[in-house]
Design a protein around this ligand. Structure first.
Ligand SMILES: [Mg+2]
Length: 232
């Protein structure tokens, strides 16, 4: 096998905190709609609405805002007042302006690897929001290319490898999602490193049997990546 020639990183929950912001907002959402909803109906409805709307809105905060409003209206039997809908919009705006919090060891690892490998970011979500986070992260200059895509599946990776004239065998993807960062890359014959984040959105979860037979490396955190690359 040829050595790794390019390393690509997922962004949300790999380079910086993301899911935590969604989880916290979800708690505020529940508090806002609670007076209008029967207790037994307060549950996973927002996740279900979000997943149902993915094919229309794509990933990202703006779609999440619309899904919060839709869920609030449905669960309250359309009694949720306009002032509360405004509060839901404010929650979304706060998410869009949330400070970018880098995960442990990310900055020094990226800085160390940048001289040795071309580095890429491959992330999905709102173009505008992702561009803004990359700019605010202070990491943009370390990456030779940044790809913001609407979905991360085999076809996406195949297209990106072709676009950048890369072979799968010399490509390594690093990310927190087995579904989006690991499995499709392994299926194409590439390398993948999984660095789990402490929470994973239900839509990104896989069952262990879906991963059976695919060789990928699991690391605890980003500081272990250079040593892993050395022994490849
Ligand atoms: Mg991620």
């Amino acid at each position: 096998m040829p050595p790794i020639q390019t390393i690509a990183f997922d962004a949300d929950d790999t380079l910086w905190v993301n899911e935590t912001i969604f989880t916290q907002t979800q708690e505020h959402f529940t508090d806002i709609i609670r007076p209008y909803v029967r207790a037994e109906e307060l549950g996973s409805q927002l996740d279900q609405t979000q997943i149902r709307n993915l094919s229309l809105f794509g990933y990202g905060i703006k779609g999440f805002m619309l899904s919060m409003i839709e869920t609030g209206l449905e669960l309250s039997d359309y009694r949720l007042p306009g002032t509360h809908i405004q509060q839901l919009l404010e929650l979304g705006k706060e998410m869009l302006q949330h400070p970018v919090q880098l995960l442990p060891h990310v900055e020094e690892t990226i800085r160390q690897l940048e001289g040795e490998y071309p580095l890429m970011i491959i992330t999905k979500g709102d173009l505008f929001d992702q561009e803004s986070k990359i700019a605010r992260s202070g990491l943009a200059d370390y990456f030779s290319s940044i790809e913001i895509v609407s979905e991360k599946n085999q076809e996406t990776y195949r297209r990106l490898l072709r676009k950048h004239s890369l072979s799968a065998e010399a490509f390594l993807m690093v990310g927190n999602s087995l579904k989006s960062d690991v499995l499709p890359v392994c299926q194409l014959g590439g390398h993948a490193v999984h660095i789990p984040f402490h929470t994973t959105w239900v839509h990104e979860q896989l069952t262990p049997c879906q991963l059976e037979g695919y060789g990928y490396q699991e690391l605890e955190n980003m500081s272990q990546l250079p040593a892993y690359l050395q022994q490849l």
